[in-house]
Write a protein that binds this ligand. Structure first.
Ligand code: FAD
Length: 438
């Protein structure tokens, strides 16, 4: 998607409209007695917070029509920020009401209504757990898979309690059509999770892939080559990514995203993973003929047809880049590519030999940026870390003829994004792919 004020305003308007659905439902019927600005504000926060929570399900990054428009990392960043705001609104809702009128505390009193008190207390505690586990997942040592299970289940349960609560209170939602509208629209949001976790794998089970080859790469990285079994495979653009499940069923908690490292011209898909955790550490022991399932393609980290390419990549962040270069080779393209590739040292440059070969067949200017120089460094090696000076030194004079592709460790990406911005690159053509999304 091209970033522009018009596009931004359009998507913001759509977002606000979706978020306001419960609130609009509430005020569309016959309005009840006015209870003062603070109470009505507290109630409005509950409706808006519920709408925001519902929209969070749409922004979980798996809607193929939306994800490519913004990029998965942007969507998840937005998901995270709006999630925090939604949780604040939902927690402020009871806090404000009870502060202004303590009788509202009755809603949490088990002696008045036990099921209601349990549901509302659990939802409130659930909100806190949701925020805490998302912000501090790594610190508390929660595995990604367990966190994802807790996150999705809690969010859905909280939304269900919210729907039931707003209907049960019935102060605003007093007409049957209003109740039905809330149940339908909020239920649709919950359906998105069911669709992603159950319907899609169910459909996908008929589209298995087979791992044909497992190849050791430099820096403890492992490439798997997958071919479709009994179907045509998927059409994708180079630079996109897929979610992979390895094993005889697509219904697994272990589902991980990987950039496609193969040229987008055939049906074989190559994925390369750095051994960095419980899932990627299993790749080296995979056996050929193992079944896998791919969901995708996703992502907007793709070449601009009219632009040359300036890539700043680090470590395993090279995978979408190598996919693009392999594609250019297959297409005999004369597109100009400048690649700044950052690594700790010469020995651990993933795809080092292949990049050398690609230099001879693609219009590629390759610059290695290494923290530690080899004994007899080639002329295309810079010492240090990616920073403004290195990027400026190798940036093309005709900046506007290039699109920028940044992928690698977070500090490198932050530095590169700032540097290309300061150099005056057109922000609409700066693409970033962040592997550490949570
Ligand atoms: C768009 C995208 C493309 C990627 N492409 C590549 C690639 O080409 N090569 C590569 O080596 N890595 C890639 N990654 C990162 C890769 O998905 C994680 O390294 C991998 O999931 C780690 O799993 P693990 O269990 O081995 O490690 P863990 O130690 O369990 O996880 C390490 C980190 O990876 C992330 N992660 C873990 N599980 C998941 C999951 N199921 N979904 C999303 N993130 C997760 C979390 O941030 C976690 O902190 C990509 C990530 C994204 C978002």
């Amino acid at each position: 998607m091209k970033y522009s004020a018009k596009n931004g305003a359009k998507w913001l308007a759509i977002y606000v409209l979706l978020v306001m659905i419960p609130f609009l439902c509430a005020i569309s019927g016959s309005l009840p007695e006015y209870r003062g600005p603070v109470i009505e504000f507290g109630v409005a926060l509950g409706f808006v917070g519920m709408g925001m929570l519902a929209v969070q399900f749409l922004f979980s990054g798996r809607i193929r029509e939306v994800a490519p428009k913004f990029g998965m990392d942007n969507i998840l960043q937005y998901h995270r920020e709006m999630g925090i705001l939604a949780l604040l609104f939902l927690l402020m809702h009871p806090a404000i009401l009870i502060f202004v009128q303590p009788e509202f505390g009755e809603y949490f009193n088990p002696q008045v209504n036990l099921p209601r008190a349990i549901a509302l207390s659990s939802a409130t505690i659930g909100l806190v757990i949701l925020a805490f586990s998302s912000l501090y997942r790594a610190i508390i040592g929660l595995s990604y898979e367990l966190w994802r299970l807790i996150h999705g289940t809690l969010s859905a349960l909280i939304l269900i309690v919210g729907i039931a609560h707003s209907i049960q209170v019935g102060h605003y939602l007093n007409a049957t059509w209003q109740k039905m509208a809330i149940i339908t629209t909020m239920g649709l949001a919950i359906y998105f999770v069911i669709h992603t976790r159950i319907v899609r794998p169910w459909v996908n089970r008929k589209r298995p892939y087979v791992i044909r080859n497992i190849i050791a790469e430099r820096d403890d990285c492992w490439t798997i080559e997958l071919t479709p079994q009994g179907h045509q495979g998927m059409k994708y653009k180079c630079g996109q990514f897929v979610w992979i499940t390895i094993g005889s069923t697509p219904f697994k908690m272990q589902q991980h995203p990987f950039s496609i490292a193969s040229a987008c011209t055939g049906s074989t898909i190559k994925l390369t993973a750095k051994n960095s955790g419980d899932f990627t550490s299993t790749w080296k022991n995979l056996k050929p003929e193992t079944t896998a399932y791919l969901e995708g393609p996703f992502g907007s980290f793709t070449p601009e047809p009219e632009k040359h390419m300036f890539m700043v990549m680090g470590g395993i962040g090279i995978t979408p880049g190598i996919g693009m270069l392999r594609t250019l080779e297959q297409q005999n393209s004369s597109k100009e590519v400048i690649l700044l590739y950052a690594n700790p040292d010469w020995e651990n440059i993933t795809f080092r030999e292949e990049l050398e070969r690609l230099r001879t067949v693609v219009n590629l200017q390759l610059i290695h940026v290494l923290q530690e120089l080899p004994q007899n460094p080639q002329s295309n090696i810079e010492k240090g870390l990616i920073d403004y000076e290195i990027i400026k030194k190798h940036a093309p004079a005709n900046l506007n003829d290039f699109a920028f592709y940044i992928c690698g460790p977070k500090p490198m990406m932050d530095a590169a994004e700032l540097a290309v911005r300061d150099l005056g690159a057109d922000w609409r053509y700066v693409y970033s792919e962040r592997f550490n999304i949570i």
